[in-house]
Design a protein around this ligand. Structure first.
Ligand SMILES: [Mg+2]
Length: 243
């Protein structure tokens, strides 16, 4: 068993496992290639621009709405760019793949009867394509898209809306996301609510990239300490597998 795998006692402290999709369960390569190569190529071709020139024009538009709901919307970008973004994604769907260990982590959580919930900023069209390629929705108990809740995970409104639909206690939940902005919003949402006040109010969210390894974090939590500080760590889901 890897040193960073969850121990049974740590599993027992968890009821909800809340998971991000892109960059946490699925490889970001698909999204990176799509927005940095495929979209500039297609958009540029329609305007007689080479991909590099198209990318230079598009990047400021991407940057301007990063972290907002439109940024994650296939419908928004289809309108903005005059492209069928969903169809373009389907063309490149062969790149959609699981991160190593992610499926085993899901299986381990479900074998222990944890409630496994997908929390994603992905637009329902994009989520449907990723599900067709991976079957990810069959491996979780519930799934919530930011587009249905009306705000991205970076926004406190997402967390308020989520708690209405999916009651969970942060103190007995594990949330994994590769975005520091999302993790900050998740922690802030918890800390700002009296219901979630307590030992884990600021420590229930961890990152597959930026937080200390999971067992270290949970050990701190068990000792009733503050959450492990954000550390330079390349821990990913595969390190959390149980066998
Ligand atoms: Mg992500």
């Amino acid at each position: 068993m890897p040193a960073t795998a969850l121990l049974e006692a740590q599993w027992e402290a968890i009821d909800h496992v809340l998971l991000d999709l892109d960059g946490t369960l699925l490889d970001l390569d698909f999204d990176s290639h799509f927005w940095q190569s495929l979209v500039p190529q297609a958009w540029g071709a329609a305007r007689g621009l080479d991909p590099a020139a198209a990318q230079a024009l598009l990047q400021p538009r991407f940057d301007a709405c990063a972290g907002t709901l439109p940024w994650y919307s296939t419908e928004y970008w289809s309108r903005e760019l005059g492209l069928d973004i969903a169809a373009l994604k389907r063309q490149d769907a062969g790149r959609i793949r699981w991160l190593p260990g992610a499926q085993r982590f899901l299986a381990a959580a479900r074998a222990r009867r944890k409630r496994v919930v997908l929390l994603t900023n992905a637009h329902p069209q994009a989520l449907a394509i990723k599900h067709e390629c991976t079957g990810v929705l069959d491996q979780v108990d519930a799934s919530y898209s930011a587009h249905v809740l009306g705000a991205p995970k970076e926004d406190a409104r997402f967390w308020r809306a989520l708690r209405q639909l999916e009651p969970f206690q942060p103190a007995r939940s594990l949330f994994v996301d590769d975005s520091a902005a999302v993790l900050r919003a998740a922690c802030a949402g918890s800390a700002s609510s009296a219901r979630f006040a307590g030992r884990a109010a600021r420590g229930w969210a961890i990152s597959t990239r930026n937080f200390a390894p999971l067992t270290h974090w949970l050990s701190s939590w068990h000792r009733n300490e503050a959450a492990a500080p954000i550390a330079s760590c390349s821990a990913r889901v595969e390190e959390y597998q149980t066998n």
